[in-house]
Design a protein around this ligand. Structure first.
Ligand code: GUN
Ligand code: ZN
Length: 425
């Protein structure tokens, strides 16, 4: 066992933040040998219980849960900042050409290494990630994550229509490949697999049906896709699936809505769609930097809260503009202000932080496992330096409440704030 003395941020079950100014975090193996949080709380109360345990003192620092990125595309690192009119031309002009390069295993390996370095540099310790349609892209990412001991969930993109040669897959083979990847990676150490239809417009009925059959056969495997991001995309989906009540209902019809299904964006939903999200246990990945960059629209936080479905934050790199959870949380604040219905909400700093840690973990069905520092949680955490820039030092010194401290970090923070990252202790 080992312990860290520092300020410590964690979350209660209701999503409110718990903060120890002078805390102790005790890490050690659980019954299965996983490095987990064994105890956490005020230093003065806990220290006497762990007399032989080495304590590292981190004055002036904050220990916080590693961030969870609920939606990201590992092959789109080089797509960040590609200018476009909107989603559909952006896919054609930048995304598909970049993704076609992943047929080359050496390129995929290099990109996987860079991608995971970048996530960790920004304090992101778990991601729910898209690969490309090439199964070897997933092998590259999973292999690299396994070497680093990361908890990561990823999947091969399914797309057997409406995309060019070089990224389009074959219906039957794509399902065979998906099942083989589930067998190879799902549950290997900390890794998980996600069945990954890119979005309904890029998948035939046969491919979506096959994906749904796999989702039923492997109930603890994740599902990830996109829905209702952009108005032209919504219109296209309606034309392609005229008998479905809505775009979201297409996924329901193929058995792709359940717990552990995470749908990116969920902007242009109606109340019935939101009720369906809640009833099925599916979750939304809110991707504000992407939605602002591609002009897609504004996630409606007030409506999501009324409907009661799970949601959390994702970067959506490379539609998203940053790997930084601080940038994503700030963009979420702007999006919340706007709201699709103009009845915006002022998201609290604690809630923004929760959406990128414990809330995102809950959306993945991994509450109590990652995204928090309560006893029993896996010991993935970051050490933050709240005084790393002159302005941050000046601002955070004046913070009179936890919300003021967290908001200073959200508004002014970036990768410089992340001093250290601990994976499984
Ligand atoms: N919809 C279908 N594919 C994509 C993608 O790669 N990025 C985003 N943002 N939306 C999508
Ligand atoms: Zn995406």
């Amino acid at each position: 066992m080992k312990a860290f003395r520092s300020a410590i941020l964690r979350f209660a079950d209701d999503g409110s933040a718990l903060y120890e100014e002078d805390g102790l975090l005790v890490i050690g193996p659980d019954a299965h040998g996983r490095q987990v949080v064994r105890a956490v709380g005020p230093y003065r109360e806990l220290a006497a219980n762990y007399p032989g345990v080495a304590v590292e003192h981190l004055p002036g620092r904050i220990i916080a849960p590693g961030f969870v990125d609920l939606h990201i595309h590992f092959p789109q690192t080089d797509v960040i900042g590609s200018p476009s009119e909107g989603l559909l031309p952006w896919l054609e002009d930048y995304t598909f050409p970049h993704e076609s390069r992943f047929v080359d295993a050496a390129h995929a390996e290099e990109a996987a290494t860079f991608f995971l370095d970048e996530l960790l540099r920004h304090g992101v310790t778990t991601a729910l990630a898209f690969g490309t349609s090439h199964p070897s892209s997933v092998d590259a990412l999973m292999g690299e994550a396994q070497r680093r001991g990361l908890r990561l969930v990823a999947g091969k993109v399914l797309q057997d229509r409406h995309c060019p040669d070089g990224v389009r897959d074959q219906t039957e083979q794509s399902l065979i490949d998906t099942e083989a990847l589930i067998g190879r990676w799902h549950g290997q150490g900390r890794l998980g697999y996600a069945i990954t239809p890119r979005f309904a417009p890029s998948c035939t009925d046969a491919q979506l049906r096959g994906a749904g059959e796999l989702a039923a056969k492997y109930p603890d495997v994740w599902i990830q896709s996109h829905v209702a991001e952009n108005l032209e995309e919504v219109e296209w989906a309606r034309k392609l699936f005229p008998s479905a009540r809505s775009y979201l209902a297409v996924y329901e019809g193929f058995g792709l809505m359940r717990a552990r299904a995470v749908y990116a964006h969920c902007i242009h939903l109606d109340e019935e769609d939101r009720a369906l999200m809640h009833a099925t246990g599916a979750a939304a990945a809110v991707c504000p930097t992407s939605n602002l960059f591609l002009g897609s629209g504004f996630f409606d936080y007030a409506a999501a809260r009324r409907a009661g479905f799970h949601y959390g934050l994702g970067s959506d790199v490379g539609g998203g503009t940053s790997f930084s959870p601080f940038h994503t949380m700030l963009a979420a604040y702007y999006v919340g202000r706007e709201g699709r219905t103009k009845a915006g909400v002022s998201l609290s700093p604690q809630n923004l932080w929760w959406q990128h840690t414990a809330g995102a973990a809950q959306a993945m069905g991994l509450q109590g496992v990652i995204g928090n520092l309560q006893p029993g949680c896996e010991a993935d955490f970051v050490v933050l330096d709240p005084a790393v820039t002159p302005l941050l030092a000046r601002k955070t010194k004046q913070a009179a409440s936890l919300d003021e401290l967290l908001f200073s970090l959200i508004v002014l923070g970036d990768d410089r704030v992340i001093e250290r990252v601990h994976i499984a202790g």
